[in-house]
Design a binder for this molecule. Structure first.
Ligand code: SF4
Length: 323
């Protein structure tokens, strides 16, 4: 069913661009297209969803998402310093409150009581805008849980707010008892500037392992050459490309959408050009929380323009995917 205008207005995504990022947008079209809003956001499609990857249906507690048995996602902050116009959490990011101390304590209790959980992922709204004492306590408490093997943080801070990234207190990541992985959301080589490199160098000095995630975006990075340049530049600065995401079907994002066919073509030509260390997995998050699958493999078959995906949770379950 086509989303109603009221869904879309209710779902209108806030606009925020930090001062330094705005100055960078004036020099880079790739950055401007990601952060400066367009009226095309009002053009919702039938197949787009308020909750494209089923966060709401897999949330046992506020801000906690438990989709896979071995890991949970915690969203402690409700906002970001600047908003990416294609954000897949645009129905909640910028509109929800930060988690309270007692809600974070409840989330930690949930993790403690579920020994299948091996990994905590902190994700957006921007988790690195937690105060340093809050972040320190959260990491300390979670790493003290015996069945937690490592913690992962997803951030876009050096891009969305270079000023906050410069003033970040990296001591919070020193001498941790368990591995910490930081996945930097980065979509174009223009984002890897001095601010980004200074930030990643500081993380590396603390012993943090760096990964990246990139969203495949029309007219921004949808070519073999642009992605090759991006992935090479990331590896040169110690960041291992982890995921290339096919765009999720959030409301009003069709102007960013690249077809699966084109995404697969680009990805297959990257295989011939990049060493394995620079090649991420091209990934598709199935709608409704059905899980992540590789977008370029036998997991997703095409027939007359219709796609059928194999569920990662069951050998026999099939999920229809509309690109
Ligand atoms: S940084 Fe992440 S959570 Fe924040 S607006 Fe961008 S995509 Fe959404």
């Amino acid at each position: 069913m086509k989303p109603l205008l009221t869904d879309l207005i209710g779902g209108l995504f806030p606009v925020a661009v930090s001062d330094e990022l705005l100055a960078k947008c004036q020099k880079s079209e790739a950055l401007a297209k990601q952060f400066i809003p367009s009226t095309e956001e009002l053009n919702a499609q039938d197949y787009e969803l308020v909750d494209p990857i089923g966060d709401y249906t897999h949330s046992p507690l506020p801000g906690l998402i438990h989709r896979y048995p071995d890991r949970v996602l915690l969203l402690p902050r409700g906002n970001c310093p600047s908003y990416c116009r294609f954000c897949f959490r645009k129905s909640s990011v910028g509109k929800s409150s930060n988690l309270s101390k007692s809600q974070i304590a409840d989330a930690i209790d949930y993790i403690k009581s579920n020994s299948q959980i091996r990994e905590l992922i902190l994700s957006g709204g921007e988790p690195l805008t937690l105060s340093i004492p809050e972040l320190r306590n959260l990491i300390k408490e979670v790493m003290a849980i015996e069945h937690i093997d490592w913690v992962r943080i997803h951030t876009r801070l050096p891009i969305t707010s270079p000023e906050l990234a410069r003033n970040f207190d990296f001591s919070v990541f020193e001498n941790l008892p368990k591995p910490l992985y930081v996945a930097l959301h980065c979509n174009h080589a223009d984002e890897i500037d001095d601010d980004f490199v200074t930030f990643t160098n500081q993380l590396r000095r603390c012993g943090v392992t760096l990964l990246s995630q990139t969203v495949l975006l029309k007219s921004i990075n949808d070519s073999t050459e642009l992605l090759e340049t991006l992935f090479r530049k990331l590896v040169r600065h110690g960041v291992r490309p982890y995921y290339l995401h096919h765009l999720d079907r959030a409301l009003g994002t069709s102007h960013f959408r690249v077809s699966l066919e084109k995404g697969r073509e680009i990805f297959s030509s990257l295989r011939g050009r990049l060493s394995g260390i620079a090649l991420p997995t091209y990934i598709l998050d199935l709608p409704g929380g059905e899980g992540k699958i590789p977008a370029e493999s036998e997991w997703l078959t095409e027939s007359n323009g219709n796609y059928t995906a194999q569920s990662p949770f069951s050998d026999t379950k099939r999920v229809t995917y509309i690109n």
